[in-house]
Design a protein around this ligand. Structure first.
Ligand SMILES: Cc1ncc(COP(=O)(O)O)c(C=O)c1O
Length: 393
């Protein structure tokens, strides 16, 4: 039998992380002790009150049956309450909230509901790869890459996009606080994006999984504070260190939510009820827009790591800006190595046992940059800095 992939699958680029993983596996055999600062998976654990709730809820027989694909009523009601206290936004849990098995699933499946072959999808670049791959290409859509450049604070320059492209656009993905750059978006930018969407008639999918991952006094906004015509995706993954539990939600415009529900009802049967119960337990800790202790404690730890890493890099001569949000530090590769691609630079760092993500892992406009993830304890970050210093002198 000849196995032939569909054209849309063939159009996916080779995942560059595969090559990095192979190199790591080889070097591990040689005994290299790696400090992994590549993958954005929290090393901190899910708050105890959430874990305890999930354990108790898993024992209850009704919670062992099929869940509803759109999420249980109690879950949608709590997500609506959370949006009210967190952003001051009113949502009808019956029609304006739906469950997803992690934000990633929402990002990808929303495109199935709205993208026809050849439709243009506006995707930030560098950006979360699912926007142009899992969402656009796997729906036979055409990703249009919006460069995120340092000079523009990593916001897309909407004025630079050709009107013909904007007219063909069906969806635009936006993500602030941003992966991989750590950038934030002022509410004025969100208003501008909403105006463009109205003028050119496209949907904004505001991907907001780092909404709580902000430092000092900064509080990230929601697109729903600006307009009820679009949707926002969030999840428990980063909020409560729950990446392994796969529970998120999409909120906003009822017609758009209905499209997503239709797609999902034909694909999945929802996420485990006991996990939804655990996430609700966490969300209930929110009494206002202030972060509750279970969230604030983790953010404090990441903030200390961020300060340590960024001041350490600057001290050893690697000029790096302090991000206001996310657990990522995005920086141009050091002067000394600017002749190299960021991929080759990352391979060089593997020789000293430090794993980073090359900027091009997030698209072509990431060339020249690398991303650190603050997912190691301070001692390991210090050790990584010592090792990196040996390369810079
Ligand atoms: C920008 C962005 N969107 C979505 C996700 C998906 O998160 P999850 O599916 O765990 O909710 C991630 C995960 O790293 C991300 O960085």
């Amino acid at each position: 039998m000849k196995v032939e992939y569909a054209e849309r699958v063939k159009s996916l680029l080779k995942y560059i992380f595969v090559e990095i993983e192979q190199l790591i596996a080889e070097k591990r055999k040689e005994g290299v002790d790696f400090i992994p600062l590549g993958i954005g998976d929290p090393d901190l654990t899910t708050p105890d009150i959430i874990v305890q709730e999930m354990i108790e809820q898993a024992k209850i027989p009704e919670n062992q049956n099929y869940p509803a694909s759109m999420g249980e009523e109690f879950f949608r009601a709590e997500v609506a309450r959370w949006n009210k206290v967190r952003y001051g936004v009113d949502l009808n849990p019956k029609t304006e909230v739906t469950h997803v098995m992690g934000g990633k699933e929402g990002v990808a499946n929303i495109a199935r509901a709205f993208i026809n072959p050849g439709d243009t999808v506006l995707c930030p670049n560098p950006g979360y790869p699912v926007y142009s791959n899992g969402a656009s290409k796997l729906c036979d859509g055409k990703p249009y890459l919006m460069p995120l450049e340092k000079e523009n604070n990593y916001l897309p320059n909407l004025e630079d996009i050709d009107r013909k492209i904007l007219k063909k656009a069906k969806l635009m993905y936006l993500n602030y606080p941003n992966n991989p750059t750590g950038a934030i978006a002022p509410i004025e930018f969100l208003k501008k994006a909403v105006d463009y969407a109205e003028d050119y008639d496209f949907i904004i999918v505001y991907d907001n999984p780092y909404s709580e991952f902000t430092f000092e006094d900064y509080i990230a906004p929601s697109i729903l504070q600006v307009s009820n015509q679009h949707i926002e995706i969030n999840s428990s993954s980063k909020m409560f260190n729950m990446t392994g539990f796969r529970c998120g939600w999409v909120a906003g415009n009822a017609e758009i939510i209905e499209g997503l529900r239709k797609v999902k009802s034909q694909i999945d049967s929802g996420g485990p009820i006991f996990i939804q119960k655990g996430v609700v337990k966490g969300l209930k800790e929110y009494k206002s827009k202030e972060k509750p202790d279970i969230v604030a404690q983790s953010i404090k730890i990441y903030e200390k790591r961020r300060n340590l890493l960024v001041s350490g890099l600057n001290n050893i001569g690697w000029k790096t800006d302090l991000p206001k949000a996310t657990f990522y530090v995005w920086t141009q590769i050091p002067e000394k190595f600017r002749e190299m691609t960021c991929f080759d630079f990352v391979k060089k760092l593997l020789d000293i046992g430090v794993i980073l993500t090359p900027g091009t892992g997030f698209g072509e406009y990431g060339e020249g940059f690398v991303r650190f993830a603050l997912t190691q304890p301070e001692e390991r970050i210090k050790e990584a800095l010592d090792r990196i210093e040996t390369l810079l002198i």
